[in-house]
Design a protein around this ligand. Structure first.
Ligand SMILES: Nc1ncnc2c1ncn2[C@@H]1O[C@H](COP(=O)(O)OP(=O)(O)OP(=O)(O)O)[C@@H](O)[C@H]1O
Length: 260
């Protein structure tokens, strides 16, 4: 069953002569339990797709469905419980003056969920942080620990889907591996579905089952990550992207081989 169904998603910014169309008839079907990657050049519209699903943009046209239910343009509480987003920058996604406990309690208060104390302890444990972290501020954490808290905050409402916007790209190489392992474990244990934007084909082959390649606001090709790794892409643009990435990796072979 498709847990996410995107049909002919279109979105523009600006109006009149300043109108710029950034998504063109984007269609994606993602199955429950799948880990699905979105790749493509900078500015191709990957984050915009995630933001439409997360309810951060309201002026899209087309159809977005989650669990067979069509999403309205306005964000409602149900969508927050179904789907949460994790951002690239763990420094920017947490309030600098709020303790970790406050950051984790906030969504529980908004959604009037009980057993807050117990839920916070449980979620910290799930992301590999002991209970003492709840009294710290974001500046008292490492980058990897902050990203663990951001993941905990996204998971505290027990969503089925995580929208991940380059969740490891702002982290040091050694920490990237820890966070990827955590995401892989959480997906299995919590039965999550991931839709993830990434520039890193190593991340795709480690974590994703399938991937859609975007160019200039359009889906060029949807392909399994095995086919991508074996260079079995049918579209010239995907092959060009692969060539660019492997060329870059060849010059960074030591760092890459340390990641996985
Ligand atoms: N709020 C906005 N107002 C106007 N244009 C925007 C806005 N947000 C994004 N865009 C434009 O939409 C296009 C797609 O942006 P988006 O962030 O989705 O790309 P991306 O593929 O995620 O890029 P990157 O990989 O660099 O993060 C870009 O041309 C961007 O400049």
């Amino acid at each position: 069953m498709n847990i996410i169904d995107i049909e002919k998603l279109n979105l523009s910014f600006g109006s009149g002569v300043n109108e710029s169309k950034v998504l063109h008839d984007v269609c994606l079907q993602i199955q429950a339990g799948e880990s699905f990657g979105l790749v493509g050049e900078s500015g191709s519209g990957k984050t915009t797709v995630l933001r439409c699903l997360a309810g951060q943009y309201h002026h899209w046209s087309g159809q977005l469905s989650v669990n067979g239910e069509q999403l309205q343009h306005k964000l409602d509480k149900k969508r927050c419980i179904d789907m949460q987003m994790v951002f690239q920058d763990p420094y920017g996604s947490l309030h600098p003056r709020h303790s970790i406990e406050t950051a984790l309690a906030e969504p529980l208060k908004i959604h009037k969920m009980d057993n807050r104390d117990e839920r916070i302890t449980t979620i910290l444990k799930k992301v590999g942080l002991d209970n003492s972290f709840r009294y710290r501020s974001p500046h008292q954490l490492s980058g990897g620990q902050r990203q663990r808290v951001a993941i905990a905050r996204a998971l505290i409402l027990e969503p089925k889907i995580l929208l991940l916007d380059e969740p490891t790209s702002a982290l040091d190489v050694s920490v990237q591996a820890e966070i990827l392992n955590l995401l892989k474990d959480l997906k299995e244990k919590e039965g999550l579905t991931y839709l993830m934007v990434t520039h890193d084909l190593g991340v795709v082959s480690y974590l994703c089952d399938r991937v859609a390649v975007m160019q200039s606001g359009r889906i060029v090709e949807t392909i399994s990550s095995d086919d991508l790794a074996n260079h079995n892409a049918s579209e010239p643009y995907t092959r060009m992207l692969l060539d660019c990435c492997y060329h870059t990796e060849a010059t960074n072979v030591t760092a890459e081989s340390n990641i996985y």
